[in-house]
Design a protein around this ligand. Structure first.
Ligand code: NAP
Length: 437
């Protein structure tokens, strides 16, 4: 009979406690699927006294995560403490360095140190599995790494942060402001007290950097990701998007272009008919455009203890089965440096909302500035607030909404800077990129 796989679990919070519970409640199923038993033999967390709602009788408490990582009884170290630094980093390094396998849900650690850790796993022979780090229960890592191993990938994009999607969904459906929806998200536990990491797009950027590496065979490079958050999105943008047949989502997009790999996180207008536009609330989704096949969209819960534990335990089952994949899909020596495509060369359609002074010649000035940059306008709508008639010469600002045909980002920036210098608009122009499916 094969000996059970012995786990050391560091971190017994939202995810860690659920992992312990799942391993206990699914013991028979897991043993059947993995061909051997799986047992938690030792754990650590900050506080030994805290009630966790799981049965830890017979499980050794190890005070120091590093000692747990190299514990002689532990075959597989499960890191669920979080954070890109210590103790997670040194504990994972120590476990891999002693030939153990590691399972983690820690996107911050992987986005920053993924290549170094994958090298250590390769050198010492352990597995480094991190399915839960992107999209929690959605098996997107395995899909890119294994399911699509024979398919060239042109683009991968998705809704990777439930907090942002919840806020944008409520704003759209109820016409509420960003601030109101954020407050509700915090009250319901969907957003942290300090929401910046989520709403400013950094959480999505870490996950995107991991997906881009798997999709394009490049080294994880979080610093190559262009990032914009959702705090500037106003209810009028969502209304205008709806009128034009779009929804606004915070997308992470990694795409192969002529100038390199473009990795960007920003509010994005997507056609209402697209799969990704149907994804509402805290749900996550990832679409993969592979060569020669129609796009594949995976949808599911991207956070939460049970959803995340589901992926962590699947990774543990792979270790129990003796499966060891290259963490980023290929041997480290084959991963290329990321050739970052400059954002100025980004090509696509744009939604532009301007607050134009209601004076003769304003529209002509705006049109001229766009034409100077060879930007073609697909549609232009002037919205008099509440349907009011034009003000007859008085300088009352009027929202003007433009949709452009595909053009370059630097042209849009130059045109809007010129329009601002012309003083025909007030405030800052709102710009939202359009992603076609
Ligand atoms: N929650 C989710 O929905 C979700 C989804 C996907 C991925 N993840 C990832 O999963 C990981 C865990 O997240 P979580 O939500 O479970 O976090 P959490 O609820 O804050 O739990 C963290 C756990 O780590 C322990 N811990 C923290 N610092 C420690 C230290 N220095 N030494 C020992 N133990 C320490 C804590 O101990 P105490 O309990 O004693 O304080 C706690 O048990 C993170 O990498 C996160 O990004 C989470």
């Amino acid at each position: 009979m094969v000996a059970p796989l012995k786990l050391g679990i560091a971190g017994l919070g939202t995810v860690g406690a659920e992992v312990v519970r799942l391993i206990e409640t699914q013991a028979r199923v897991l043993a059947g699927r993995s061909g051997r038993g799986i047992r938690v033999v030792a754990v650590t967390a900050r506080s030994k006294a805290k009630k966790r709602g799981v049965d830890l009788r017979g499980v050794e408490w190890v005070k120091d995560p590093l000692a747990l990582a190299t514990h002689p009884e532990v075959d597989c170290f499960v890191e669920l403490m979080g954070g890109a630094g210590d103790p997670a980093l040194s504990a994972v390094e120590a476990a891999l360095g002693s030939g153990k396998s590691v399972v983690t849900a820690n996107k911050a650690l992987l986005a920053k140190h993924g290549i170094k850790l994958a090298k250590a796993a390769e050198k010492h022979g352990g597995a480094l599995n991190f399915e839960a780090a992107v999209g929690a229960a959605i098996p997107v890592i395995k899909t890119l790494r294994e399911g699509l191993a024979g398919t060239g990938i042109n683009r991968v994009y998705g809704i990777l942060n439930g907090t942002c999607n919840y806020i944008l969904t409520r704003m759209e459906q109820e016409g509420l402001s960003f601030a109101e929806c954020l407050k509700d998200a915090q009250r319901l536990g969907y957003a942290e007290a300090n929401p910046s990491f989520d709403v400013d797009g950094h959480d999505t950027a870490q996950k995107l950097a991991i997906l881009a590496s798997l999709a394009f065979g490049t080294k994880v490079a979080q610093s190559a990701v262009y990032v914009e958050g959702i705090s500037s999105i106003a209810p009028e943008d969502l209304r205008a998007a709806a009128d034009l047949g779009y929804r606004v989502k915070l997308l992470g997009v990694a795409v192969r272009t002529a100038t390199g790999i473009e990795q960007r996180v920003h509010p994005t207008m997507v056609p209402k008919s697209s799969s990704i536009a149907q994804v509402m609330g805290v749900t996550n989704a990832v679409t993969i455009d592979g060569e020669g096949i129609p796009p594949i969209t995976l949808v599911g819960p991207g956070a939460g203890g049970a959803a995340t534990a589901s992926a962590v335990v699947a990774d543990i089952a792979d270790v129990a089965r003796g499966i060891r994949a290259n963490p980023f899909g290929r041997p480290i020596a084959q991963l290329r440096d990321t050739r970052k495509a400059p954002m100025e060369r980004h090509e696509g359609g744009y939604y532009i909302r301007l607050l134009a002074r209601d004076l003769p010649g304003t529209a002509a000035t705006i049109a001229t500035r766009l034409a100077e940059q060879k930007i073609s306008i697909e549609s232009i709508v002037q919205r008099h607030p509440n349907g009011a008639a034009p003000s007859g010469g008085k300088a009352v600002p009027v929202p003007v909404i433009l949709i452009t045909y595909a053009t370059h980002e630097d042209g849009v920036r130059r045109a809007l800077a010129a329009v601002q210098r012309d003083k025909v608009i007030t405030g800052r122009p709102q710009v939202i990129r359009i992603e076609k499916n």
